[in-house]
Write a new protein. Structure first.
Length: 249
């Protein structure tokens, strides 16, 4: 998990929420940059939209793809101070390369993240393995290969003719997939309750990353009910190390 040669007391950690995810569900990952060698100032742009974070996926045919947003980013640099032992945490959607499916077929995929912590200084994460299995629902799997659906999920709004497919995905048995579709459909009333499901928190943090997408009531409504680490992902504030289980290599 140590970085490239210029790590300077920082680690980039990649966490996959499950060892395998069917192709009829949206896959999310978590990344965190940790100050393990003392206080450090790092980029606050720990998201796919703004370009400082890259996630590469190597498929069963050795093809390398990069998880990207469908639209180019144009934002000013932002930084944040991490005290020793603090981490900046984020969720990222593993959905598409541009508007093409990131996982076109079932199989074993290797996932690695890279983060430009400062200009000219990039660190690399541990490599995670994610097995994409055949979808339990072929129609939903097909929906997640549709260009309009992909763009709607990543844009957190309905684009083109995606609404019928989003309605189907909103009824998914997978909380993260359902949350992503409901976010695009503005059906956030389904999230009401005393506590936010961690999968819902992860989906909202990934699709409405703080800083990159500005103030958003949909994100704030989840953050107010989320567990501490999930709330940190939703707010963009650092979290102290040791508050959750260690990331596995």
């Amino acid at each position: 998990m140590r970085s490239d040669a210029h790590g300077g007391g920082l680690e980039l950690r990649l966490r996959l929420p499950a060892a395998s995810v069917p192709l009829d569900r949206v896959a999310f990952a978590e990344v965190e940059v940790a100050a393990v060698g003392g206080a450090a100032t790092v980029s606050a742009r720990l998201n796919l939209i703004e370009g400082d974070l890259e996630v590469e996926v190597t498929g069963p045919d050795s093809r390398v793809a990069r998880a990207t947003w469908p639209w180019p980013a144009d934002s000013a640099p932002r930084s944040i101070e991490l005290a020793a032992g603090e981490r900046l945490v984020a969720a990222v959607p593993l959905v598409s390369q541009g508007s093409e499916p990131l996982f076109p077929v079932a199989g074993r995929y290797e996932v690695v993240a890279r983060f430009a912590v400062r200009p000219g200084e990039t660190i690399t994460s541990n490599t995670g393995v994610l097995v994409r299995t055949a979808g339990e629902d072929a129609a939903l799997a097909a929906d997640l290969r549709d260009r309009d659906v992909v763009q709607s999920l990543l844009g957190a709004g309905v684009i083109g003719a995606a609404e019928p497919a989003l309605e189907r995905l909103a009824e998914s048995q997978d909380p993260g997939t359902a949350a992503a579709a409901r976010l695009a459909l503005s059906r956030t009333d389904a999230w009401e309750g005393p506590d936010a499901d961690p999968a819902v928190s992860r989906a909202v943090a990934a699709l409405l990353p703080p800083g990159a997408t500005g103030q958003d009531e949909r994100r704030e409504s989840v953050a107010s009910r989320a567990a501490p680490r999930d709330a940190a992902m939703l707010s963009g504030r650092p979290v102290k190390d040791g508050t959750d289980p260690a990331v596995e290599d």
